[in-house]
Design a protein around this ligand. Structure first.
Ligand code: NI
Length: 135
């Protein structure tokens, strides 16, 4: 009997979407205002989903306090109030789209969480735009 548990956290970060292989005109056509050179911010909402069997001893799939602390330590401290393009190693050369941010977050968290459970990341860039990884 598998159950999913979820933890929500928020972080604020700035980014610019830009492909250096393209001209400014093409970047503007593809990314619109997100390509503006002076960056802009988002209030990201991160939802981390953990799916697994309920542990008989604890009654938990995963201790949510531990999950919260892992998200704080490995994600929030790394990205909160940062300029993703300029201030982080992960996005120095990787375009910081919601898709790429979700994959990076998953790859940072996965090694920290027991392999017995499944992990999925959902990232809201705005209340209406969100992505999930893995699908
Ligand atoms: Ni944006």
């Amino acid at each position: 009997m598998k159950v999913s548990v979820f933890r929500k956290e928020n972080f604020n970060a700035a980014h610019r979407l830009y492909n250096p292989a393209w001209s400014d005109d093409v970047n503007n056509d593809v990314f619109g205002k997100c390509a503006l050179p002076n960056y802009h911010g988002h209030n990201y909402e991160l939802q981390v989903k953990v799916t697994g069997e309920i542990d008989e001893a604890t009654g938990y799939v995963m201790d949510m306090k531990v999950l919260s602390e892992l998200i704080q330590q490995f994600i929030i401290e790394r990205f909160d109030h940062k300029n993703l393009n300029l201030d982080t190693e992960e996005f120095k050369t990787l375009n910081p789209t919601a898709e790429n941010i979700a994959v990076v977050i998953y790859n940072l968290l996965r090694p920290q969480i027991d392999k017995k459970v499944e992990l999925q990341v959902r990232l809201y860039e705005t209340p209406r735009n969100f992505v999930e990884y893995p699908v």
